[in-house]
Ligand binder design. Structure first.
Ligand SMILES: NC(=O)c1ccc[n+]([C@@H]2O[C@H](COP(=O)([O-])OP(=O)(O)OC[C@H]3O[C@@H](n4cnc5c(N)ncnc54)[C@H](OP(=O)(O)O)[C@@H]3O)[C@@H](O)[C@H]2O)c1
Length: 292
């Protein structure tokens, strides 16, 4: 197939590009003109086109002669993606969203849900793929930071009881799920959650990550509420912050997702966190990013 891929310079999109090329799909990547990550695609057998996924015209131009779009760059761009695909007569669209569409907190789920509704109402042959938190490399936004902290600190602070559930997915497993959806007609007009193998409490997640480094930090529990109030106050003063009060609020929410539909239709079989984290630690050690 001839595929237009967005997000190819990112963690998930990079792995998808590898799978697409390995399977012989002709792949065109839409890359922002000012992407700081463009060099990651140097030497790839893919066609590179400069453009912005927020702009319908750029997408329309990039969609010429393709059979499908694999849109990984963000579901917030669904409106121009849907319009451009309709105009270009490209029926098959696969859109990567997020399991945060399931959040009970409307500030988190609302925008994702609205974008999903727009995709479902597009009249196109759509599939929506929802990763949970993606990890597995120095390019992830979360677990590699956790590992680097655990590598250096004998103490680890946990906000609240740490019993809320998480289900992070190894980036290769998530990419395999998205890729299988492209290959299988059963995925048309369906939405799939793509989480890791099983939910873990945050405390267990931290302990498993620490064990993969050969570390056993002392856990210090901190109350959530005063921290959330302090962050909310700082936000009102427009102070720049590493986390926002919404993220802290969501620490109380379980992020556990069944994936029977993906298992059934896509043979989705993600690896357990304790296996993925060992691979990530090995990678960070090789890069000299952790010492333990
Ligand atoms: N990471 C997670 O934990 C997580 C969890 C749930 C869902 N997701 C979703 O999964 C997808 C991939 O995540 P990821 O971790 O691989 O993200 P990532 O590493 O940050 O990559 C994002 C990619 O999108 C590209 N991009 C962003 N805005 C663009 C635009 N306007 N035009 C063209 N390209 C644009 C970026 O290009 P540049 O090189 O120019 O930056 C980059 O290639 C995203 O849709 C994300 O919302 C991620």
């Amino acid at each position: 197939m001839r595929i237009l891929l967005t997000g190819a310079t990112g963690l998930l999109g990079g792995e998808l590009l590898r799978l697409l090329l390995a399977e012989g799909h002709e792949t065109r990547c839409l890359i922002r003109a000012d992407s700081p990550n463009a060099s990651r695609l140097a030497g790839e057998r893919a066609e590179i086109l400069r453009g912005d996924a927020a702009r319908e015209e750029d997408l329309y131009r990039a969609l010429g002669d393709t059979d499908a779009i694999l849109h990984v760059a963000g579901i917030e761009y669904a409106p121009p993606v849907v319009r451009a695909a309709s105009r270009a007569g490209v029926e098959r669209i696969l859109i990567v969203g997020s399991t945060s569409a399931h959040s009970a907190y409307a500030f988190r789920s609302g925008p994702k849900v609205r974008m999903e509704e727009l995709v479902r109402g597009s009249g196109l042959a759509w599939t929506i793929l929802r990763p949970s938190m993606i990890y597995g490399s120095e390019r992830d936004r979360n677990v590699h930071r956790l590992l680097r902290f655990l590598d250096r600190s004998p103490v680890f602070p946990v906000f609240g009881p740490g019993t809320n559930l998480w289900q992070p997915v190894y980036y290769e497993d998530c990419a395999r799920g998205v890729f299988e959806a492209l290959q299988r007609p059963a995925s048309v007009h369906r939405s799939y959650d793509l989480p890791g193998a099983e939910p873990l409490t945050y405390l267990d997640l931290v302990k498993i990550a620490a064990a993969a480094l050969g570390r056993s930090p002392s856990i210090v529990r901190l109350p959530i509420e005063p921290i959330r109030w302090a962050l909310a106050a700082a936000e009102r003063l427009r102070l720049p912050l590493p986390v926002d009060s919404g993220q802290v609020t969501r620490l109380r929410e379980d992020k556990a997702y069944p994936y029977e539909q993906a298992r059934h239709d896509l043979d989705y079989a993600p690896r357990p966190f304790r296996e993925g984290i060992v691979l990530e630690v090995a990678r960070l050690r090789k890069l000299g990013m952790v010492r333990s």
